[in-house]
Design a protein around this ligand. Structure first.
Ligand code: SAH
Ligand code: SF4
Length: 355
C-alpha cells in the first residue's frame, strides 16, 4: 500500500490517521511541531516521540516535498524553481527578495483553465489542480532553500506569500484553503494572514467565502474598466462582468482602510492605458478601500501585446494617485528567467487519453 504523505493534511485528518493506527491523539501536536515548526523530513528526528511509535509512523507515512527539477536565478536575485510532483507533473514557484522581506509567488494549478490573452500560463491548458500538500510544499521548499527552520521569529527570507503563480486559486479553493490554513497555523509555519495575498481574475461567487474562511488580502486582476475590453483580455468577464466583480470587492469581508483591496492593472499599450481609462477606473472603485497596482506588461514568446511606454504609465499612475489612491508601479522582477508576472508556464502536458 502507498504510504500517506503527512504534509498537507489538516489537523483533523492527521488526528484521524493517527487514531486509526492506535497512536493517541495528543501526538498530533508533537507531530505538527516537527513537521511545520522544525521542518523535519525524517521520523528519526522526532526525539520526543518514542522509537516504537516513530517506527509505526514511518511504516505508514512519509514526509514528502515536491522535488526541484530546475532552479534558475535572475540577475536581480529573483529565483524560480520548477517543481516536480509525485506524478511527474510540474509547476513553478518564484521567490522575490526585497530589502526587508521576501515574497514567495505560489502556484495553485498546473496550467489554467482561463485564457487571459496577455498571460503565458493561459496558453497552457489546465493539467490539474494542485493538492494542498503541493501548495504547502512550495512554501516548505523555499524554507529549505533558505534554511529557515525552525520557523524564525523576526526577519525572514520567506516573509510573504502571494497566490499569483500559475492558475486561478479560486478555482481550486478547497485545496488552497486547506494549504493556507496550515501555513497560517501559529504552531507551525506561522505566517500571518496579513502577509498573504490571494489574486483572482474575478471568480465572483467564491470571493466572499475566501474572505470569511481565510481573511487573507485580496488582489483582483481588473485590467480593464469597460466590459467590451475586459471580455477580450479576461474572458471570465463574460461570466462575471465588471459590475458584479466590483460589488463583490465592495462587500469583501474585512475590507477597510487598513486592509485594502489591491486592483491589479496590467499596462497594455493602446489597449487600456489612456487617461480616460484611468478616470473611469476611479469612478468604478469609488468608495472601496483600495490601492491600484500597475503592472508593466511582461512579454513572452509569441505574444502580440506591448507594454505601455514609461511616460504613459506615470501619467496613468498620477491620475490615480491624485485621487488619493496608492498607485505603485510594480517593478518587473526576474524577467530574464521568465519569472515575472504572467510569464510562468511549465512544459507539463495533459496526459493523452490514448496514452
Ligand atoms: N490567476 C490569478 C493569479 C495569477 S496571475 C489572476 O489572474 O489573478 C498574477 C497576476 O499577473 C495577475 O494580475 C495577472 O493578470 C498578471 N499577469 C498575467 N500575465 C501578465 C503579463 N504578461 N504581464 C504582466 N502581468 C501579467
Ligand atoms: Fe489564469 Fe490568472 Fe493567467 Fe488569467 S492571468 S490565464 S486567470 S493565471
Amino acid at each position: 500500500m502507498n504510504k500517506i504523505n503527512l504534509i498537507g493534511l489538516s489537523r483533523d485528518e492527521l488526528k484521524e490517521h493517527l487514531v486509526s493506527r492506535d497512536v493517541p491523539a495528543y501526538r498530533v501536536q508533537q507531530l505538527w511541531n516537527w513537521l511545520y515548526h522544525h521542518g523535519v523530513i525524517t521520523f528519526d528526528r522526532m526525539v520526543n516521540i518514542p522509537k516504537p511509535v516513530r517506527q509505526l509512523l514511518s511504516d505508514s507515512f512519509v514526509i514528502e516535498r515536491p522535488k526541484i527539477a530546475t532552479a534558475q536565478a535572475s540577475t536581480d536575485g529573483t529565483q524560480k524553481w520548477l517543481l516536480q510532483f509525485s506524478d511527474g507533473q510540474e509547476a513553478e514557484t518564484v521567490h522575490i527578495p526585497e530589502v526587508d522581506r521576501g515574497t514567495l509567488c505560489v502556484s495553485s494549478q498546473i496550467g489554467c483553465t482561463l485564457t487571459c490573452k496577455f498571460c503565458h500560463t493561459g496558453t497552457q491548458t489546465l493539467v490539474r489542480n494542485l493538492e494542498s500538500s503541493e501548495i504547502v510544499g512550495q512554501m516548505m521548499i523555499a524554507r529549505d532553500v533558505f534554511g529557515e527552520w525552525p520557523s524564525p521569529v523576526g526577519q525572514r527570507h520567506v516573509s510573504n506569500i502571494v497566490m499569483m503563480g500559475m492558475g486561478e486559486p479560486l478555482y481550486n479553493f478547497e485545496n488552497v484553503s486547506k494549504a493556507l490554513t496550515i501555513i497560517m497555523d501559529h504552531q507551525g509555519i506561522s505566517l500571518s494572514k496579513r502577509r498573504i495575498t490571494l489574486s483572482t481574475s474575478g471568480v465572483v461567487p467564491m470571493m466572499e467565502r475566501c474572505g470569511e474562511e481565510l481573511g487573507v488580502n485580496l488582489a483582483v486582476s481588473l485590467h480593464a474598466v469597460r466590459n467590451d475590453v475586459r471580455d477580450v483580455l479576461v474572458p471570465l468577464n463574460k461570466k462575471y462582468p465588471i459590475e458584479q466583480l466590483i460589488e463583490a470587492c465592495r462587500s469583501y469581508p474585512g475590507v477597510n482602510n487598513a486592509r485594502r483591496i489591491t486592483f491589479e492593472y496590467v499596462m497594455l499599450k493602446g489597449v487600456n492605458d489612456s487617461d480616460a481609462d484611468a478616470r473611469e477606473l476611479l469612478h468604478l472603485i469609488r468608495g472601496i478601500p483600495a490601492k491600484i497596482n500597475l503592472i508593466p506588461f511582461n512579454p513572452w514568446p509569441g505574444v502580440s501585446f506591448e507594454c505601455s511606454a514609461p511616460e504613459r504609465i506615470s501619467a496613468f499612475a498620477d491620475i490615480v494617485y491624485r485621487a488619493g489612491y496608492a498607485s505603485p508601479v510594480r517593478t518587473p522582477r526576474g524577467r530574464d528567467i521568465l519569472a515575472a508576472c504572467g510569464q510562468l508556464k511549465s512544459e507539463s502536458q495533459r496526459k493523452r487519453k490514448s496514452a
